[in-house]
Design a protein around this ligand. Structure first.
Ligand code: CU
Ligand code: ZN
Length: 177
């Protein structure tokens, strides 16, 4: 009886918020030791994809946040995640006139308590069909780095990752079940 009521409530909520019509995915973020350190939620709405990130245990300050091109998160270095998701064959950097990679996102601010929270639009990617789908054949990952992304303001073609240092948190993007 109790669970039936909970289900009915949840269904009502989904209808009320339009959640049933949205596509949602999540990425469980782990650190180089393999421990859970946060979550990213990806919601495909009428106006594109929104990424919500919650992470803890990172040094206070700005950290690069990217979507990487391979859906594998193997600690400790997360090299398995491959380079930035780049279906349009652009150069790196949100401030590069020859960019950006579709997976280039604004830097994530981590507060004095080592907690980072961000809500960002990822306007060049989709959870749906197409060349820019995060659910392409090899999947995709959310990655947070040691350092800030320099956004490649110099438009340096050899700058492929924003000099953001090590990969400190990573999670495979999966459908929300
Ligand atoms: Cu990255
Ligand atoms: Zn990039």
């Amino acid at each position: 009886m109790h669970s039936a009521r909970t289900l009915a409530l949840a269904a009502g909520l989904a209808l009320a918020t339009g959640a049933a019509a949205q596509q949602m995915a999540v990425a469980q973020l782990i650190n180089p030791e393999g421990q859970k350190v946060g979550i990213a939620t990806l919601t495909q709405g009428q106006d594109g994809l929104t990424l919500m990130v919650h992470v803890r245990g990172l040094a206070p300050g700005l950290h690069a946040l990217h979507l990487h091109s391979v859906g594998k998160a193997e600690a400790p270095d997360f090299k398995s995640a491959g380079p930035h998701f780049n279906p349009y064959h652009k150069q790196h950097g949100t401030k590069n006139p020859h960019g950006p990679h579709a997976g280039d996102l604004p830097n994530l601010l981590v507060d004095a308590d080592s907690v980072g929270t961000a809500v960002v639009k990822a306007s060049q990617v989709t959870l749906g069909q197409g060349v820019n789908s995060l659910f392409d054949t090899d999947g995709s990952t959310v990655v947070i780095h040691e350092k800030v992304d320099d956004d490649n303001v110099q438009a340096d073609s050899t700058n492929t990752a924003g000099n953001a240092g090590k990969r400190l948190a990573c999670g495979v993007i999966e459908w929300l079940k």
